[in-house]
Design a protein. Structure first.
Length: 610
């Protein structure tokens, strides 16, 4: 490649000829490019050095000029004048503009980095300085949660005791025990109720007849002359430590873990203390005795912080570790620069990796947009005949690469970020596509569709989902709506929404009954016709599990309310036989069939002869 100035003062360069092509007429092969034009050769020599971006190294007979970049040649490349020009200038040195541009980029980048890192460093140092205050806020929040839970639990227990005193059934009669069981099931904080007479417990919620517990002095007395007993257990062997509250002829038991079962950070421990007395309950990882030691003067070392929330003669306590001021200053000076440097590398890597791997929420949103959710159907059978009467629609997330994401991984995420209703709509759409013809061929079967609490917050929210059911083609009675027990505590609008759905012909079921907080009295206000028994209770059949005593009461409760029942998770014939004998009408589980695609479900129905 060579450079030259022609008679019109245009500075030219000829592109290097490709390998294998001959040089023609002494002029380098290829196209020419005009770099600058000054009118004539002499003016070009005089004015070249004054052009922006061009620096003249000399104005002698043999000149070298520094120009902007050309043709992507290396920095500082020197090009001879083309031989046929005969100019007194022997060569031009073309220094690419990349050198100046690169310098500008470097300076701009440094300014950007410095301008970014200094505020980040200041913010990081300030954040470390305020770590103690932030941690104390976390402790205050944790203790307030304990206080709130304890207040609610004690109020519920007090209300139960007052209501029980108004009961006029014959003590320990069948009607009396049934009433105590009803109060136990309807009161979230109460685990067991005992009737006391003649100095001992004559009967309890779960055991008939005298149980041998003798009367004793209370540990302390609450308002309304309610006696409290801290070292109490349920009459069921192996039960946890309870707080007993006694008034008149009745005693209720509260599981102490209920007071401290709150969501909090792993390094925080909480407890409940009566006045300045003993610590009654603590969270996992810290015993009551250990927290009692911390509450004594001088018992809390300098590495921990504590917050107490006093309420109604009780104290909710939260304890957590702290970082010393010296450590904070040392870490801020030692680690912050290295952390910022590491952050730069991490940001670079994250930007690259995040193009392939996005956050779970972004992936969920993409899955919703791409309609990646599929439905499988698990048959529901009539226990008495073994005939299939329907199926539950179970949503699965099938990723583009074929992986299946479990519902317990994406359903909570969707509920947390308000995306669950969009998934519910897609499920209903697919159920309609899958079952449009099948339900017409089998008018005696139904499909149960699960709904989240957000789906039934109002009539409008529920109607958005139900609007996908084509009128006149699918009988509403063939689409059951399942609401989990944890989501059944609805507002007035939510209950009205279910009433509208029921009036339209849909059957409403409470799913996973026994695992949430839906009491009997509230259950009676909902338009529910089916109760689904959670698999955890079905698994206790023919076992020695303590919770096995709950299943018969759930069945009795459903029968008392004239609700049909569907048992979930039936895996053995013994379980099926037991449920049949107890009057449970329907069941689903691996004993009968696993979840399947719509094609397999249609074939299953054909094999059933239905």
């Amino acid at each position: 490649m060579c450079a030259f100035v022609n008679s019109r003062g245009e500075v030219h360069a000829a592109v290097r000829r490709p390998a294998g092509f001959p040089q023609r007429g002494g002029f380098p092969w290829g196209r020419r490019r005009t770099l600058w034009s000054f009118g004539d050769k002499a003016a070009g020599a005089r004015r070249l050095g004054r052009r922006p971006g061009i620096k003249a190294k000399g104005l002698l007979a043999n000149m070298t000029f520094v120009m902007g970049s050309f043709a992507g040649e290396p920095l500082g490349s020197t090009y001879p004048l083309c031989p046929q020009i005969g100019s007194s200038m022997t060569q031009l040195t073309i220094a690419p503009r990349e050198r100046r541009v690169r310098n500008i980029y470097v300076i701009a980048t440094l300014l950007m980095v410095v301008g970014t890192l200094i505020p980040i460093a200041i913010a990081g140092y300030a954040a470390l300085q305020s770590a103690q205050e932030t941690h104390m806020v976390r402790l205050e929040l944790a203790s307030s949660k304990v206080a709130e839970r304890a207040t609610i639990a004690l109020a519920q227990a007090r209300s139960a005791l007052e209501a029980l005193e108004l009961n006029h059934d014959e003590p320990c009669s069948r009607e009396h025990v049934t009433a105590m069981r009803r109060f136990t099931l309807n009161t979230l904080s109460v685990e067991e109720i005992s009737y006391l007479g003649e100095g001992q417990a004559r009967c309890t919620t779960w055991l008939d007849g005298a149980v041998g517990e003798r009367d004793r002095e209370p540990d302390f007395i609450l308002d309304d002359d309610i006696q409290a007993f801290t070292d109490t257990h349920s009459h069921i062997p192996g039960s946890a430590l309870m707080l007993g509250l006694r008034k008149g002829h009745y005693q209720v038991l509260i599981n102490l873990n209920r007071f401290t079962d709150v969501s909090m950070d792993e390094d925080i421990h909480v407890g409940l203390q009566r006045n300045a007395g003993p610590v009654l309950a603590t969270s996992a990882g810290l015993t009551p005795d250990a927290m009692q030691d911390m509450l004594r003067p001088g018992g809390l070392d300098e590495d921990h912080l504590m917050h107490k929330a006093d309420f109604g003669g009780w104290s909710a306590v939260a304890v957590g570790g702290k970082a010393s001021q010296e450590e904070i200053r040392h870490l801020s000076l030692l680690l912050l620069p290295a952390g910022l440097l590491s952050a730069t590398v991490v940001i670079f890597l994250v930007v690259r990796v995040s193009r392939k791997r996005l956050s779970p929420l972004i992936e969920l949103q993409q899955g919703i947009r791409n309609h990646e959710f599929v439905v499988q159907y698990q048959p529901i059978v009539e226990l008495a005949s073994g005939r299939c009467v329907g199926a539950e629609a179970l949503v699965r997330w099938k990723r583009p690469e074929g992986d299946i994401v479990r519902p317990d991984l994406f359903i909570p995420l969707a509920e947390e970020h308000g995306k669950i209703s969009e998934i519910s709509e897609q499920v209903m759409q697919q159920v309609v596509r899958d079952m449009d013809g099948l339900l017409s061929l089998h008018p005696d079967i139904h499909i149960a569709v699960n709904l989240a609490a957000q789906d039934v917050v109002s009539t409008a929210a529920l109607q958005r989902i139900l609007s996908h059911i084509p009128a006149g083609r699918i009988d509403p009675a063939q689409i059951w709506l399942e609401v989990t027990e944890r989501g059944c505590v609805l507002s007035g609008d939510g209950a009205a929404a279910l009433q509208v759905a029921r009036a339209a012909g849909h059957q409403v079921a409470i799913d996973d009954f026994g695992t949430g907080y839906c009491g009997l009295q509230y259950l009676q206000t909902l338009p529910v016709s089916i109760l689904k028994i959670d698999r955890s209770f079905v698994q206790t059949i023919a076992t020695d599990s303590v919770s096995g005593v709950v299943l018969p009461h759930i069945i009795d409760l459903a029968q008392g309310l004239q609700l049909r029942m569907v048992a979930e998770g039936v895996e053995t014939q013994d379980q099926a036989d037991y449920l049949t004998a107890r009057g449970v009408q329907f069941a689903q589980g691996w004993l009968f069939a696993r979840p399947m695609d719509v094609e397999d479900f249609a074939a299953y129905l054909e094999r059933q002869g239905g």
